[in-house]
Write a protein that binds this ligand. Structure first.
Ligand SMILES: Nc1ncnc2c1ncn2[C@@H]1O[C@H](COP(=O)(O)OP(=O)(O)OP(=O)(O)O)[C@@H](O)[C@H]1O
Ligand SMILES: [Mg+2]
Length: 112
C-alpha cells in the first residue's frame, strides 16, 4: 500500500478530483496548505497578482491506495494539474504500513 501526496494549484482541484475518480480512488483527504518550490514563491503569480510573501497557497491531496494503482493515479493527477507554468506542483509517494477502517475493524487492503 502507498500514500500519494500531491501538492497542486488550488484552482485545479475540481479537475484533479474528476480525473482521479475515473481511475478508481475510494477516498481522498484535501488540505489547504502553503509552500514554495524552487522559485521560493517570489516570482509566481496567484490569481493574477504577484505574491509579496514567500509562501503560496496550494492544495494538498492525500490518497491511500494499493500499490498497483499508483501509476494510474499519478498519471491522472499529473495530466489534470498540468498548466506548463511554474508552480504546477509535485507528487510524493510513501510506503503505507497499516490501515484500519474504524467502523468495520477491517485492516490494510480491505480497509482502503
Ligand atoms: N522539495 C519540496 N519539499 C516539500 N514540498 C515541496 C517541495 N517542492 C515543492 N513543494 C511543494 O509543492 C508546491 C509547488 O511546488 P512547485 O511546483 O513550485 O515546485 P518547483 O520545484 O518550484 O517546480 P516549478 O519550477 O515547476 O515551479 C510548493 O509550494 C510546496 O508546497
Ligand atoms: Mg516553483
Amino acid at each position: 500500500m502507498k500514500i500519494i501526496s500531491a501538492i497542486i494549484k488550488p484552482f485545479k482541484l475540481d479537475d484533479v478530483r474528476e480525473a482521479i475518480a475515473e481511475v478508481g480512488v475510494d477516498g481522498l483527504t484535501v488540505s489547504e496548505v502553503k509552500g514554495f518550490g524552487r522559485q521560493k514563491g517570489h516570482t509566481e503569480l496567484y490569481r493574477g497578482a504577484e505574491y509579496q510573501v514567500d509562501f503560496l497557497p496550494k492544495v494538498k491531496l492525500e490518497i491511500a491506495t494499493k500499490a498497483e494503482n499508483v501509476d494510474r493515479i499519478i498519471e491522472a493527477i499529473s495530466s489534470a494539474a498540468y498548466t506548463g507554468k511554474i508552480g504546477d506542483g509535485k507528487i510524493f509517494v510513501y510506503d503505507l504500513s497499516n490501515v484500519v477502517r474504524i467502523r468495520t475493524g477491517e485492516v490494510d487492503a480491505e480497509a482502503i
